[in-house]
Design a protein around this ligand. Structure first.
Ligand SMILES: Nc1ncnc2c1ncn2[C@@H]1O[C@H](COP(=O)(O)OP(=O)(O)OP(=O)(O)O)[C@@H](O)[C@H]1O
Ligand SMILES: [Mg+2]
Length: 330
């Protein structure tokens, strides 16, 4: 039987569809007690990974476990893990309540639980309407209600904010945080960092089926230094002067501009003045998460060159963690 830990482990998971490598040697662990974001652009392999975790797709290699067991060994999985995947479909003529009653019976949950989850997701008033006439946001809420029927320990949500109105998004955020706060596990995917930035504590960032970063969001934020862009009268003279002053992280930008990482504008100004270089413009840029996310996931950037991913907590025991490889191919 499963170990009741609430832990999700993905180990060396790979999935190929013909020539397409959807997921490549992916490893990460999701611990209970906080919300973990599973981030990556369209086609990064998020849904494929979650489907492998839920036993809906067979891995080409590696394995994924919930509570120490593959999904198929969980006994009554609806009691352990609740999932909302993309493109959920419901019997169009069945009311929301009837839909939930059928699923509750299938996993042995009492009928009373149906009323609870209808209230929980805000569908109580629409409970006797046919699900076929539901809006996208209402369908998302019904899918979530279905996932919650078994009062699961682990919640796996694939882009659950799609179709939700602003109020629904705020509600979902609070719901996920409260759920995790009770010591349970939430793994939630998104292709937009901004959408889950305020909700998650841990992130797994995926690009082309590979993990580019895995760890606390806060650590990712701190790992990135700001930079100063400057337009000097003589770029080469300023570079030499900056290097002599110990500022060696300098990058050429178009139109004679330079980007200097890890300095304050005053330092660049002082060095330029001492070197007799005129400054025609200068700007201080802070590393924002959106830019980090873009750098990590856009094809032109090899993430490992720009960011040393900090090892996950307890990584000494987790030999499955691997640094992303430069220029990883699909
Ligand atoms: N059944 C399939 N047959 C062939 N290719 C597939 C299949 N499922 C997924 N893929 C391919 O695997 C890659 C990863 O797809 P996946 O749906 O996992 O990405 P995703 O990160 O969920 O993207 P999105 O943000 O668009 O939902 C894509 O190139 C996709 O075309
Ligand atoms: Mg997807």
């Amino acid at each position: 039987m499963h170990d009741g830990s609430g832990r999700v482990v993905v180990q060396n998971l790979t999935k190929t569809f013909g020539p397409v490598v959807a997921v490549q040697n992916l490893s990460f662990t999701v611990e209970p007690g906080s919300v973990t974001g599973f981030l990556g652009p369209n086609g990064a392999g998020k849904t494929t990974t979650l489907r492998m975790l839920l036993g809906l797709v067979t891995p080409t290699a590696g394995h994924a476990t919930i509570n120490g067991q593959p999904f198929h060994n969980l006994g009554n999985p609806g009691r352990v893990v609740g999932a909302v995947l993309e493109a959920q479909s419901f019997h169009p003529n069945r009311t929301a309540r009837n839909h939930l009653l059928v699923y509750a019976a299938a996993i042995g949950a009492p009928d009373q639980r149906v009323e609870e989850v209808l209230h929980l997701v805000g569908l109580a008033e629409a409970a006797d309407r046919g699900a076929g006439g539901f809006s996208m946001g209402m369908r998302q809420r019904l899918a979530l209600a279905t996932a919650l029927l078994g009062d699961p320990q682990v919640l796996v949500l694939d882009e659950p904010a799609n179709g939700l109105d602003p109020e629904g998004i705020v509600w979902l955020r609070t719901f996920m945080q409260n759920f995790a706060r009770t010591g349970r596990t939430v793994l939630v995917s998104s292709h937009q960092l901004a959408e889950i930035e305020q909700t998650v504590e841990q992130v797994v960032i995926l690009s082309r089926g590979q993990a580019m970063y895995y760890g606390p969001l806060e650590q990712l934020r701190k790992s990135q230094q700001g930079r100063v862009t400057v337009r000097p009268s003589d770029p080469q003279r300023l570079i030499t002067a900056l290097q002599e002053a110990g500022h060696t992280s300098i990058e050429h930008l178009p139109e004679g501009m330079l980007a200097v990482t890890g300095v304050e504008p005053e330092q660049v100004g002082d060095v330029a003045l001492a070197a007799g270089v005129a400054i025609y413009g200068m700007q201080s840029q802070h590393a924002d998460l959106e830019r980090i996310f873009f750098q990590l996931t856009s094809g032109q950037f090899a993430g490992a060159r720009y960011l040393q991913p900090p090892p996950p907590p307890g990584w000494e025991q987790q030999q499955q963690w691997q640094r992303p490889q430069d220029g990883g191919q699909r």
